[in-house]
Design a protein around this ligand. Structure first.
Ligand SMILES: Cc1cc2nc3c(=O)[nH]c(=O)nc-3n(C[C@H](O)[C@H](O)[C@H](O)COP(=O)(O)OP(=O)(O)OC[C@H]3O[C@@H](n4cnc5c(N)ncnc54)[C@H](O)[C@@H]3O)c2cc1C
Length: 552
């Protein structure tokens, strides 16, 4: 995948997709598969906003409120099965456990309904499906979760969600698939406005963030999938407050096999956003991801205010829900946050809290330009289905109905090519196995870079197993334009907290060589990359503060 802005601006597209979060990336690939000429532009990096900071669960939880919306529950189940099938290297089934402390007597009707609905809705779907939900006895709980989390529980509800290994890699894989199918794809292109002529959307005006240059991209239709920023770009009247800030943290502590759901001490009735009734602790790459807490997002969506206290509050909620956990700030290896839309009316009790209704709109319906479309997301689980709806709508407006969507059948994964049969000698087998998991069919190409240049076969430092060839591959083939892209989104360097400085410097040197950076640019990139861990460091330094303070 190459960033070619000359090509981007040299032709007219059938569809310009603005935003390469999970929705925009699915939409671009879908449109390519249906024969459209597509441009996909992203003002930051692929999946670098809310998509890359979510809990990464493909959510099939048959909760009582969701049982009332059977269609949405069925879509979630079907989409989870689809992603597990299409991208087995990026998603796995995730057992989830809700310990039931009050015994079965208080729960049977709802629980039985939930389990039965789960089984019924799975009927007729393709494999691989998450196994059926069931109630398990207290004696079995220890098989799934550590003792403190299930202490005092008399039974447990066990069901399966899916879990993305890395939502940013999913966005990258989709953008890459669109590019290989002929789309023009570019990150660090900030769309400033939609260009209209005689009431029709005919393109976008944008800025190349890297070289600070103005760009004009021409298209017959524009789909804005810019998450929280969609309303501004599509000229919808600002509605305050519109967004909730959601926070997760990754903890340097393993948990058992299952994600454990704990009842939030806030409770739904006390939470003004009617958000996290359940808090989740999910196993993730040998660590634990905790989420989520929500509050109103203050300030414009361009610059939401986020503080260390937001993450300390989340730890406090978990400690209140299960005091035996005794979570400490210094255990936090990374913090993540994103914005979620609020339902019409916003805050409870008058408003509906977090939005549960994803939307695709032709802006012409509300007096906006023709062939301008806006996508309002709710969750990444159903992003493929929502993108399909968006592309259906675009095709109808372009007079191209009848081109069937193929994204539910088209794998994002080929088996890695003979990586173990003929490994480049300098890379050890454990690293080769890791490359196969992380890069799928591209793994052989990553390893081949090290065969050409043996120095790239080495880990970046003694305590950072990422190989030099991964950094070179990110720059050459994965459109990493900044050092932070490599550290946060192309490799595991910064996934679990600030990486060792020696590894950062070595990665910066490889990037500088690949992309022709001078000394000043190299220094700027190092500064920016280190700044990315500012909040994590602040949270860790809160060591010893009484967490109780944050939740009163
Ligand atoms: C804390 C938290 C936990 C969550 N957990 C889950 C979960 O477990 N399961 C689940 O299914 N969902 C979860 N979600 C919801 C899910 O993450 C979001 O619904 C989803 O990621 C939204 O995707 P998106 O592509 O619409 O938005 P984004 O990922 O925000 O993508 C929009 C993109 O548009 C780009 N953009 C914006 N303006 C411009 C512009 N002017 N020009 C070019 N590009 C632009 C942005 O840079 C961004 O990359 C969670 C959300 C949060 C906040």
């Amino acid at each position: 995948m190459r960033r070619d802005l000359a090509q981007l601006t040299s032709r007219e597209y059938d569809l310009i997709v603005v935003g390469a979060g999970v929705h925009g990336a699915w939409a671009a690939w879908d449109a390519v598969l249906r024969g459209l000429k597509v441009a996909l532009v992203e003002r930051g990096d692929f999946g670098g906003a809310t998509s890359g900071n979510s809990l990464q669960m493909l959510d099939c939880w048959p909760s009582p409120p969701r049982l009332l919306d059977v269609a949405s529950l069925r879509t979630s189940l079907a989409e989870t099965a689809t992603i597990l099938r299409l991208a087995p290297h990026l998603a796995q089934p995730l057992p989830c456990l809700l310990p039931l402390r009050h015994g079965l007597k208080q729960f049977p009707p709802l629980l039985n309904a939930a389990c039965r609905a789960h089984s019924l809705l799975r009927g007729g779907m393709d494999e691989p499906l998450p196994p059926k939900a069931k109630v398990i006895p207290a004696a079995e709980l220890g098989r799934w979760a550590p003792e403190p989390l299930v202490r005092g529980a008399r039974a447990g509800l066990l069901w399966h969600n899916g879990q993305l290994d890395d939502a940013q890699r999913l966005c990258l894989a989709l953008a890459d698939a669109a590019w290989r199918g002929g789309a023009a794809v570019a990150n660090y292109v900030d769309v400033r406005e939609v260009i209209t002529r005689n009431g029709w959307a005919v393109g976008v005006r944008a800025r190349d963030v890297i070289d600070d240059a103005e760009l004009e991209i021409r298209g017959r239709a524009v789909l804005v999938a810019a998450g929280p920023w969609t309303r501004e770009l599509t000229g919808q009247a600002p509605r305050q407050p519109q967004w909730a800030l959601g926070c997760n943290v990754v903890l340097d502590r393993p948990i058992g096999r299952a994600a454990v759901a704990l009842r939030s001490p806030f409770g739904r009735h006390k939470d003004p956003l009617r958000g996290g009734r359940l808090l989740f602790m999910a196993p993730w790459r040998g660590r634990t991801i905790l989420g989520a807490s929500y509050r109103l997002s203050l300030g414009a969506p361009q610059r939401p205010a986020v503080w260390a206290d937001d993450f300390l509050t989340l730890l406090g909620l978990f400690n209140r829900a299960c005091p035996e956990l005794a979570l400490q700030p210094q255990e936090v290896c990374s913090v993540r946050w994103g914005l979620l839309p609020l339902a019409q009316g916003g805050v409870a009790p008058l408003g509906g809290g977090l939005s549960t209704r994803p939307q695709v709109r032709a802006m012409a319906i509300s007096g906006g330009p023709k062939r301008l479309f806006a996508l309002s997301p709710v969750e990444l689980t159903t992003a493929r289905a929502l993108a399909q709806r968006a592309v259906d709508l675009v095709l109808a407006h372009l007079g191209l109905r009848g081109r069937a969507c193929r994204t539910a059948r088209q794998p994002l994964w080929d088996e890695p090519a003979a990586l173990t049969a003929n490994p480049p000698s300098a890379i050890d087998q454990a690293s080769l196995d890791r490359l196969a998991v992380d890069y799928g069919h591209n793994a052989a190409q990553v390893a081949a870079l090290a065969a050409d240049d043996q120095a790239l076969a080495q880990p970046l430092s003694a305590d950072c197993p990422v190989l030099g060839c991964q950094v070179a591959f990110a720059a050459r083939r994965e459109m990493a334009a900044r050092l932070a892209d490599v550290i946060l989104r192309r490799t595991e360097m910064g996934k679990f907290g600030p990486p060792p400085d020696e590894a950062v410097r070595r990665a910066a040197t490889i990037m500088a060589r690949e992309l022709g950076w001078g000394d000043k640019r190299l220094d700027d990139e190092l500064t920016l990359a280190r700044r990315a861990f500012f909040l994590t460091r602040q949270v860790r330094q809160a060591q010893g503060q009484p967490l109780k303070r944050f939740i009163g």
